[in-house]
Design a protein around this ligand. Structure first.
Ligand code: NAD
Length: 353
């Protein structure tokens, strides 16, 4: 029943059907060789349990890869709540989720994800210590978006250096899809470097902000992916790199913060065949989790966080070089590099035991 493509190397999987509160949730721990499994809790109106199960397995493995490639002392895990975030939230279900997280004894650390708010996380934290990304408290690291944006900025610089042979961004054009939390901080970095910005959003005030503060030019939402630019930076939605959009992309680099940009893995090949350099999303957008990771150590150190965020540049250069050498898509190479890091950590743990 479980999709074998999703169930690969997971350590733990648990389902809670809490009759008292109505909470139905899965927690999957993919790998703890590098440290406790960290990954957000998603609330989504899944059609059935199997959809939720396959999603939690996929997302937990994704977190292992992301944390491994960011060089963090964290493994990968994820929680999903089956429910509609607009209608099904209650204090009781989040407290039940807190107890569920706590039952893992620290093997899984939760945080905010789609459908969840920082307030929901505060409720969960009344039942367990294993919550990160809180807005307040002893080690709270706050909004991750500025760190995510800084990582993307570093990643754009790496891609520009690799693909265009340029050390600076001055005079280049970057098209940004979505100027929300991440997009607006990214605008700030790029504008300061003399980049010409093209932006799209579906919220008018976000566009006004980008025009007024960063001298951006607005492009209609349906045209941003095919805008004439050096770099396309998707910072809104997933699955936007697909059969319909890839043939029309005019930028030679795709480097943005949105999660799961490729509709499926084969679209990495399509980008490569078109000569478009793709910065794998979970590598370039790791700034936020790096910042949260600083919080999980219980000893938040901003210099450590900044060093890790800056290192996204080097990690991407390694991926680009290896992908070129092996003539394989960057997304496949990144997954393979993550698997290698996990395998080495497993071996080290085994030989230390
Ligand atoms: P956000 O909701 O603040 O911003 C997204 C923006 O995209 C919004 O302004 C929204 O109006 C706009 N948008 C939605 N549909 C659009 C469309 N069709 N065309 C153009 N714009 C559209 O979210 P965010 O926190 O900035 O995150 C952006 C992306 O980055 C998401 O995919 C998120 O999962 C990913 N991400 C965010 C972080 C973080 O630290 N916030 C970390 C890692 C990954």
């Amino acid at each position: 029943m479980i999709d074998k493509n999703q169930f690969r190397g997971h350590e733990q999987l648990a389902y809670l059907n809490d009759k008292d509160t109505g909470l139905k949730a899965f927690i999957a721990v993919h790998d703890t060789s590098l440290g406790p499994a960290a990954g957000g809790c998603r609330m989504w109106p899944y059609e059935n349990e199997m959809d939720a199960l396959n999603d939690v397995l996929r997302l937990a493995r994704g977190m292992s890869y992301k944390n491994a490639m960011a060089g963090l002392p964290l493994g990968g895990g994820k929680a999903v709540i089956i429910g509609d975030a607009k209608t099904d939230k209650s204090e009781a279900i989040f407290k039940a989720l807190g107890r569920f997280v706590d039952s893992f004894g620290g093997a899984y650390i939760t945080a905010e994800d789609v459908g969840m708010t920082t307030e929901d996380m505060m409720t969960i934290a009344t039942e367990t210590d294993y919550v990160a990304g809180l807005p307040q408290g002893d080690h709270a690291s706050g909004d991750p978006s500025p760190f995510t944006a800084k990582g993307i900025y570093n990643g754009i610089k790496a891609a520009v250096k690799y693909k265009l042979g340029r050390d600076t961004l001055d005079g280049l054009t970057v098209a940004i899809q979505g100027v929300g939390h991440v997009g607006q901080y990214l605008c700030e970095y790029l504008h300061a470097d003399g980049v010409k910005l093209l932006v799209s959003d579906i919220v008018a005030e976000n566009l006004v902000m980008a025009v007024e503060k960063f001298d951006a030019a607005v492009v209609p939402a349906e045209e941003i992916l095919s805008a004439k630019a050096d770099v396309l930076s998707p910072c809104a939605l997933g699955a936007i790199l697909n059969d319909e959009t890839i043939p029309n992309i005019r930028a030679s680099i795709v480097a943005g913060g949105a999660n799961n940009q490729l509709a499926n893995d084969s679209h990495g090949v399509r980008l490569m065949d078109r000569g478009i350099l793709f910065a794998p999303d979970y590598v370039i957008n790791a700034g936020g989790i790096i910042n949260v990771s600083g919080e999980t150590t219980g000893n938040y150190d901003i210099d450590w966080v900044n060093r890790k965020v800056d290192n996204i540049y080097n990690t991407l250069i390694h991926i680009f070089e290896r992908a070129d050498k092996e003539q394989r898509p960057t997304n496949v190479v990144a997954d393979e590099m993550a698997e290698e890091i996990l395998a080495a950590a497993r071996l080290k743990k085994k030989s230390a035991a």
